[in-house]
Design a protein around this ligand. Structure first.
Ligand code: ATP
Length: 451
């Protein structure tokens, strides 16, 4: 990461804390590693992204439905999914500082070799043959596998508690509920089930910032298809997911799709393509498209005894449906959108977020504070916008110029000023965040302009 990029990243971290987007969690207790709380503005941004994603991939789709599954399900779910056995990263320890690292990250950073998916033995061989040291320059321990599932003890009777797992990905409830959804909703293949929610992983290496955390949120869509149609859906999801990102304003130059190499792929994937963003710390995944074949339903069938065979009415053919998955991290996507929107222009900092994602759609200012008619009128405009359900900020501090700067850095697309002329003709000035241009607009047209 260049000095300039490091500075930009630090500025974004500091801006998002200072302005109520992202706080380090439990800060009064000294913080809790890699855990963040989302402040009032961050909560709005997350809600806006969630709503836009759900509207596009669920509400508007006749063949896709939503689900809200449990965070903790039967422990057998995670045995069937393969996570108990192989949801593991290989780690190495710095023998002097005792800091732990993901082995593939250390190897990639010092040699450029992609080692994700390598066994502990292969990692040890690479460390020896390339004389790899820890990032602090110290010798490394032997590589060990480390399971990422977060265990929880559930139950009320001491000694009779069951070890269960916080879900490591949101899609498992979708898989084990496949028959219930299909029957209760009377669906025929192909159809999809989507879910947005929290997932938990005991990540060895966390950060930077909210890029990799132990608790995070995912948006996942699982399409159940006939095997012959899997390729069509895979290609369709590639196009569709990119188009959606563009529609919410993501700059395509810093965005790319990359097909995963065989070794990198998770145990269940036949084909996998990553959506990557060019962060200051390199091209990194924030979205994945996976062809999971019949792995998931087959395994849940084997472990539970449930019959997941599907009979096609027209042909009488029986098969286990195949799954094409589109998975995107909500909190990681928020980071991508913040990085992409952050701009330093002349004397101002602007978060040029899509207006539908910006925490406030508008801010209302009275031109002066000492003229009661102006303040009252401005309050009327503010309250009207709130009643219309338009997320709006109020600011009467300092001068107008400072208020504009303050709104620019949180991405508010329109600033509305009530002034002397408003009292005569019921119009206000609306100043645009990106162009800084101002225009006069009748108050009754405001909701159309910004709503
Ligand atoms: P990575 O290689 O970064 O660990 P992954 O390949 O394990 O990610 P998936 O299991 O495919 O990720 O999860 C889908 C998406 O969930 C990722 O593209 C990412 O956006 C998000 N995600 C996964 N792990 C984390 C995490 N620890 N913190 C934040 N988001 C995450």
């Amino acid at each position: 990461m260049s000095e300039q990029e490091h500075v930009t990243l630090q500025k974004i971290i500091s801006l998002t804390k200072r302005r109520g987007f992202v706080y380090p969690s439990s800060e009064i207790y000294g913080g809790w590693e890699a855990t963040y709380d989302f402040g009032p503005l961050g909560a709005e941004v997350l809600r806006n992204i969630r709503n836009l994603w759900w509207e596009e991939f669920v509400t508007k789709q006749p063949d896709i439905m939503g689900l809200d599954g449990a965070l903790i399900s039967h422990p057998r779910v995670w045995e069937a999914s393969g996570h108990v056995e192989s949801f593991a990263d290989v780690m190495v320890e710095d023998l002097v500082t005792h800091r732990r690292y993901r082995a593939d990250h250390v190897i990639e950073e010092s040699t450029g070799i992609v080692a994700d998916g390598s066994s502990p033995q292969e990692i040890d061989d690479l460390i020896v043959s390339h004389k790899i040291k820890s990032p602090a320059g110290n010798p490394l321990s032997k590589a060990k596998s480390f399971n990422s599932l977060v265990e929880v003890q559930v139950g009320t009777v001491e000694n009779a508690k069951t070890t269960a797992y916080l879900r490591g990905e949101t899609c498992q409830p979708i898989f084990y509920n496949f028959n219930l959804v299909r029957e209760s909703m009377r669906k025929k293949i192909p159809f999809g089930i989507a879910q947005i929610g929290k997932a938990f992983r005991n990540e060895i290496k966390v950060g930077p910032f909210i890029f990799r955390t132990r608790e995070f949120e995912q948006m996942e869509l699982e399409m159940f298809v006939h095997p012959r149609e899997a390729d069509i859906y895979f290609d369709r999801f590639k196009m569709w997911s990119l188009e959606w990102l563009k529609s919410i304003g993501l700059n395509s130059e810093r965005l790319r799709l990359r097909d995963q190499e065989f070794k990198e792929r998770a145990h269940y994937n036949k084909i996998a393509t990553d959506g990557e963003y060019n962060f200051p710390f390199g091209w990194k995944e924030f979205m994945g498209l996976h062809y999971r074949g019949d792995w998931d339903l087959k395994r849940h069938g084997e472990f539970s005894g449930e019959n997941f065979m599907y009979k096609e009415e027209e042909t009488g053919e029986e098969f286990i449906p195949h799954i094409v998955e589109y998975s995107i991290g909500l909190t990681r996507l928020m980071f991508v959108l913040l990085m992409d929107a952050y701009k330093e222009l002349d004397d101002r900092v602007v978060l040029s977020l899509d207006p539908r994602i910006a925490p406030y759609k508008a801010a209302v200012f009275p031109l002066v504070r000492n003229k009661p008619e102006i303040v009252e009128k401005a309050q009327d405009v503010y309250n009207t916008l709130l009643r219309l359900g338009i997320s709006t900020d109020w600011d009467d501090r300092g001068n107008i110029g400072k208020r504009y700067l303050s709104q620019d850095e949180i991405g508010t697309p329109s600033c509305i000023t009530v002034d002397y002329q408003t009292l005569d003709d019921n119009t206000v000035t609306v100043r645009n965040r990106d162009t800084t241009e101002q225009m006069r607009v009748p108050i009754e047209e405001l909701d159309e302009l910004i709503g």
